[in-house]
Write a protein that binds this ligand. Structure first.
Ligand SMILES: NC(=O)c1ccc[n+]([C@@H]2O[C@H](COP(=O)([O-])OP(=O)(O)OC[C@H]3O[C@@H](n4cnc5c(N)ncnc54)[C@H](OP(=O)(O)O)[C@@H]3O)[C@@H](O)[C@H]2O)c1
Length: 277
């Protein structure tokens, strides 16, 4: 029986070099207890991620595998979206993934031109769930009107410097999962005084505090990228860290706002939307 729910902590696998490292990194992550792996066509590592899963001692059915296609310049034509989806499965070496996202509503993206291919993949069992990534609340509403498949997840940047209150509320209202990417702000949360204070109080690390704060929200999961066994283990044990109300209030009070992923690709003005909320 495949897993029914997306595990709250997953492994992010983006790196701009040494893609082959993900074969070993995925194997290590599964060994320390991760059961959710996140990749994408544009990460150019799907074949290594697939090999890492096959080489591990964990059964494929026990691993939640997510991938993404449709990005700024892949595929080059909306008619190629079904082939792009098949390409993800081929490179991963699987017949089905657990979650297939639209990576970014840019390039060839148009609700009517792209989402029917995702519905077809869902109907054909090529993906067990459909997700969207880097959407605004308005675009999510429009996409949900076009999609026949239920929206399972929305993935976007979230961490204590970018709390994404409106997008998280949207996920809670419509009962899908918000998957927080760059949940450590690529390391920028590590020296934020409020995070350091809470970490010292709990004898935890700032990475664990950031993840525990993210997971304190209903309907929210996180996919920190890590390449060492030590970082992976630390991140997974953030599940055991329970922050109290005082900690949450302190982290919520951080005024600094910062986005780490360049968001200039959408057909909308990000600063005018709610993404910094
Ligand atoms: N949908 C999208 O458009 C989108 C965009 C961006 C990212 N993502 C996904 O989100 C994932 C994570 O985001 P990200 O890679 O941008 O950044 P991130 O997860 O916020 O931060 C990764 C950095 O934190 C370090 N780190 C991880 N755990 C640590 C720990 N316990 N202690 C100290 N340092 C730690 C990593 O170092 P080491 O590698 O040395 O362990 C790496 O330098 C990506 O890999 C990708 O899967 C999706």
């Amino acid at each position: 029986m495949p897993r029914e729910d997306l595990p709250q902590i997953g492994l992010g696998t983006y790196s701009d070099d040494n893609r082959e490292q993900w074969r070993n990194n995925v194997r290590t992550a599964l060994d320390v207890g991760f059961r959710h792996i996140d990749t994408a066509q544009v990460y150019e590592n799907e074949e290594y991620v697939g090999e890492g899963i096959r080489q591990s001692s964990v059964a494929r059915d026990d691993v939640w595998l997510s991938t993404k296609t449709v990005h700024h310049d892949v595929p080059s034509d909306a008619e190629q979206v079904p082939a792009a989806i098949d390409g993800c499965l081929d490179r991963l070496g699987v017949d089905t993934v657990d979650l297939l996202y639209v990576h970014w509503p840019s390039g060839v993206y148009d609700h009517e031109a792209v989402l029917p291919a995702y519905d077809d993949a869902y109907e054909a069992g090529k993906t067990r769930n459909v997700g969207l990534s880097n959407f605004t609340s308005n675009l999510l509403d429009e996409a949900m009107d076009v999609l026949d498949a239920p929206l399972y997840a929305h993935q976007a940047e979230m961490h204590p410097l970018l709390p994404q209150r409106d997008l998280v509320a949207h996920a809670q209202k419509h009962d899908y999962t918000f998957v927080a990417y760059s949940p450590l702000a690529k390391g920028e949360v590590f020296d934020v005084p409020e995070i350091v204070d809470v970490a010292e109080k709990h004898d935890a690390t700032p990475a664990q505090v950031s993840l525990a704060w993210i997971l304190s929200h209903d309907n929210v999961a996180a996919i920190p990228k890590a390449s060492s066994r030590e970082h992976m283990t630390q991140n997974l044990t953030a599940l055991d860290l329970n922050l109290d109300e005082e900690d949450i209030t302190l982290i919520d009070s951080i005024e600094r706002r910062h986005r780490v992923i360049d968001a200039d690709h959408g057909p909308w003005n990000w600063e005018d939307d709610t993404l910094l909320g």
